[in-house]
Design a protein around this ligand. Structure first.
Ligand code: IMP
Length: 428
């Protein structure tokens, strides 16, 4: 069986924890897009693990795969493997021979391009993600299969590095690339990683055909998708369910379930319009209580009310089998809560997320209001029916509006702070 986890908002929905929960019953955990721009946090007992590249199944000692759609910074990957080894894990990981490698000039280009873009800058994580994907699409990319063949690797560097140098020179940037030192820098990465590199599409398809449970771990969120997100303030990969197939070599016919992860409110790092953003004390409350600071960059996240125009559009694109609502505990103690169900654009009611950023920036959220709830003992809650009626009203509205059943509610970062309503792997 193949189950996928996809963020339904702008990333940071709590996918790491949910992946960790599903990973328990899976055999293989796969990243299929993005790179170390992601930051997935897992709490096991008192220990906190933060992964950027490593699939979140690592602490369950599952088989891990970085698919062809991932852009890999080998230095970061090696650091994460080493860190896990120090913690007593020996990650069993395969890296696709078709995955593109983040090179030093990608990271430099990332910051230069952001500077040049002015108002169009997305506020990237600065990890070289966009430039690496650009090179992949324009076929200047270096893949792991190239790194394995030193002659090919050197030839590619000899061709590509002078072109990048010309770009830096043209923009008057004080950057001096040296082909030989890049080659030498990547040799130890090659030596370390070479046994992990394989054709992961063959591996995954065989595993699926043998009845293994495969978990696809999406990074970022649907509205950061390069095609369907708030372009140009998006990331550079397909973060929606479509990315599963292109990023792993698995047919759409083999995707059995897709779980959408929805935070009980909305947050965003980086630039771009954000209709339900709260620039007041309530926004500050959500940020502080929800610890809304980027796992990768440490930047404070912008926070606001739950925006169902975003989530409904995600449901449309991904056809989720169920939704997991995360961080509902963060709303505890707020007197009144709001959920945005549509936008008002110059007197016209909009239900579908607009593609035009100018229109989006002029959209006013239309809200349904809900009573808040006071603190209570979550541990006494055994099923959704025993939740406080205010939470039931809040979650029922999400289900009605999205026409998607809620399969899990997460009320804290720890594994046991989770109410499982339907476990797709176990068929509960
Ligand atoms: P990039 O992916 O580093 O190129 O950044 C592009 C945009 O996506 C920026 O607005 C980032 O803040 C955002 N972004 C990238 N990765 C994540 C993530 O894992 N969570 C939330 N936002 C992200």
């Amino acid at each position: 069986m193949l189950l996928a986890i996809i963020g339904s908002q702008w990333g940071d929905e709590g996918k790491g924890k949910v992946t960790d929960i599903y990973a328990e019953n899976s055999d293989i955990v796969v990243r299929f897009q993005g790179g170390n721009n992601a930051g997935h946090t897992i709490v096991v007992g008192d220990k906190i693990y933060k992964f950027h590249l490593m699939p979140s199944g690592a602490v369950h000692k599952k088989f891990l795969v970085l698919g062809n759609g991932v852009v890999v910074d080998p230095k970061v990957l090696i650091e994460e493997i080493e860190k896990l080894k120090k913690d007593g894990f020996n990650p069993d990981i395969s890296i696709s021979d078709r995955a593109n490698i983040i090179m030093p000039y990608h990271k430099i280009l990332d910051s230069i391009e952001e500077k040049m873009k002015g108002a169009l800058a997305a506020g990237t994580t600065g990890k070289g993600i966009g430039p690496c994907y650009s090179d992949k699409i324009s076929r200047f990319g270096i893949r792991f299969s190239d790194l394995l063949d030193l002659e090919v690797f050197r030839d590619k560097l000899n061709l590509i590095v002078p072109i990048k140098q010309k770009i830096f020179d043209a923009f008057g940037e004080d950057v001096n690339l040296n082909t030989e030192s890049i080659f030498n820098e990547y040799l130890p990465y090659r030596a370390y990683l070479k046994d992990y590199i394989k054709d992961t599409s063959v591996f995954l398809n065989n595993a699926y055909d043998q009845g293994k449970n495969i978990l696809m771990e999406g990074a970022q969120g649907t509205h950061l998708d390069i095609d369907h997100g708030i372009y140009p303030f998006t990331t550079s990969s397909n973060t929606n369910a479509g990315g599963i197939c292109t990023g792993s070599g698995i047919s759409p016919k083999k995707i059995d379930r897709i779980v959408g992860i929805t935070k009980a409110y909305t947050s965003r790092v980086g630039e771009g319009p954000f209709p339900t953003e709260l620039l007041d004390k309530e926004g500050e409350y959500l940020r502080e209580k929800g610890k809304e600071f980027g796992t990768t960059t440490g930047r404070p996240r912008r926070c606001g009310w739950l925006d169902l125009v975003l989530v409904k559009y995600s449901c449309l694109l991904n056809n989720f089998s169920g939704l997991t609502i995360t961080k509902i505990d963060v709303l505890t103690g707020m007197k009144k809560l709001k959920i945005c169900y549509a936008y008002d654009y110059k007197g016209k009611i909009i239900h579908d997320f607009p593609s035009n950023m100018k229109i989006l920036s002029e959209c006013k959220p239309l809200y349904a209001e809900f009573e808040g709830w006071e603190d209570f003992d979550w541990k006494k809650i055994k099923d959704a029916k025993s939740l406080p009626i205010q939470i039931q009203a809040y979650t029922r509205y999400i289900e009605e509006q999205t026409k998607t059943p809620i399969c899990m509610i997460s009320y804290g970062p720890k594994r046991d702070e989770t109410l499982v309503i339907k476990d797709f792997f176990r068929g509960v």
